[in-house]
Every structure is written in C-alpha cells, then in structure tokens.
Design a protein around this ligand. Structure first.
Ligand SMILES: *Cc1c(COP(=O)(O)O)cnc(C)c1O
Length: 239
C-alpha cells in the first residue's frame, strides 16, 4: 500500500472511531481533503479512493489544481472509485476581487466573515446565474485572530447574509486557536456549536443551515465530539 493510501485509511478509522465515541452517525461527518500542500500524484491517489470534496485556501493555486484535477477526472472516468465530479471548497481568506474566479470553480465558500464580502459573492453569483453556498466564518477562540467575525456579530451577520437572494447560508466555519491546550480547542469548538444552535433555533436560513465546518489534522477528533459536520484535513494525509 502507498503512504497516501495508508494515511487515508488511518484518517477514516480515526473519524469512524470518533463518531462511535461521540454517538454520531458517520454519514453526518464529511472529510474535505485540503490539497494546498499536495503533489498532483498524491491528489490523484485521493481521487482513486473516491474522495470528491477538495479544499484550497488560495485562488491562484485553486485554479491550477482544479484544472489538473478536471483533466484527471476526464481521463479516468469510470475507473476504480474515481468520482465523476469534485466539489471544491474555498476555505481560506478571500479578497473581493477574487470572488468571481472562485465562484467559477467552488460550490462552497467557508471563509465569509464580512458583510462586504457576502455582498460581492451575492453580486457575482447573480451575474453567473448561480446560488453560492456560504459558511459564515466565526472567531470562537477568544484571541485576536486575523480572520473570522466576532461571536457577538455572528447572528446579525447571518440574518443579513440570509436576505441575499443568490447566497445560500449553509452553516458556520471556525478555526481552533493555535495551541496545544486541548481544553481551549474544545472550548472554541463548543462555542461554535452553541452559536450554530442559536442561529438554527432562530430559524435563520432555515433547513439549509446545517453545517459546522471545524476540525483540521490536529484537532478533528475533538471537532467531531463537538458536532462538526465538515472536517478540513490536509497535512495528516500529505506530509
Ligand atoms: C490548511 C488549512 C486546513 C488544513 O489544515 P491541516 O492542519 O493541514 O489539516 C484547514 N482549514 C484551513 C482554513 C486551512 O487553511
């Protein structure tokens, strides 16, 4: 077995076990493979195992990799478990002048943390004749992180996003604080979960509001225990 295959198997096992421990249905936890540090052969191997959700954090790299992935999917249609198409996720900070390019590739943007960015996504999605899936990124770590709306602003922002006709607000995204302290990591995921339930409880964005994007290579098991539905995993597979 190759190293990538081994690592994918280990992640799957760890995700399955965390779901069992937390009493969660495995079907409600999706792994997004973050390709930002991966080589093309490594990505191709991931695709051969049937993974169909990929994430990138920079538009420039997204464009290049998505072209390469597109060519591979075409050539390998129907082979092994290769999916017929990939769902791309933008997970990194997004500048407004890159929104159009991003929407031409990505179905979901996880990193929407200001009204101005949401407005631009709505405008460009309208021009493209699409509905953009958007997650509101929230800073739940209690430390001054560069990106993510403050917890106190989240409900109002969610209400505003929900008024935009070409945006589908499908959930929240958060990043744990950069720390080895598992209690602080857990506390920030728990805060995101509370906020998620609050927005859900107020029926903002209705039944399409169902995702909690949290958990990376170092902390996805805690994230699963705290209710994550979308994991963003890169280095545990590619390094
Ligand atoms: C790089 C990145 C990830 C993946 O992190 P790993 O530690 O490599 O698993 C997840 N989310 C965001 C926003 C990232 O930039």
């Amino acid at each position: 077995m190759s190293i990538i295959t081994d690592k994918l198997k280990k992640i799957q096992d760890d995700v399955n076990n965390a779901c069992v421990r937390a009493g969660r249905n495995r079907k409600n936890v999706k792994i997004i493979i973050v390709t930002k540090t991966a080589t093309l052969p490594a990505i191709q191997e991931v695709l051969r195992h049937g993974f169909a959700d990929l994430g990138e954090n920079r538009v420039q790299h997204l464009k290049q990799v998505s072209d390469e992935v597109g060519a591979f999917l075409k050539e390998n249609h129907g082979k092994e478990a290769v999916p017929s198409k990939v769902h791309w996720h933008m997970i990194g900070h997004l500048q407004r002048n890159k929104v159009k390019q991003t929407l031409q590739i990505c179905e979901t943007i996880h990193s929407v943390d200001t009204l101005r960015l949401a407005e631009e996504i709505n405008t460009q999605a309208h021009k493209l004749g699409i509905h953009a899936n958007v997650l509101l990124q929230v800073n739940c770590s209690g430390e001054p992180q560069k990106y993510g709306a403050p917890v106190g602003a989240a409900i109002h922002l969610a209400e505003q996003f929900d008024t935009m006709p070409n945006i589908r607000l499908t959930g929240l995204m958060t990043m744990a604080p950069l720390t080895m302290d598992k209690n602080r990591v857990r506390a920030s995921f728990a805060r995101a979960r509370e906020l998620f339930e609050e927005i859900h409880g107020e029926r903002i964005a209705g039944s399409k509001f169902k995702h909690l994007s949290m958990g990376m290579s170092q902390d996805f098991e805690i994230a699963i225990e705290e209710g994550a539905t979308l994991l963003r995993i890169g280095s545990a597979i590619f390094s």
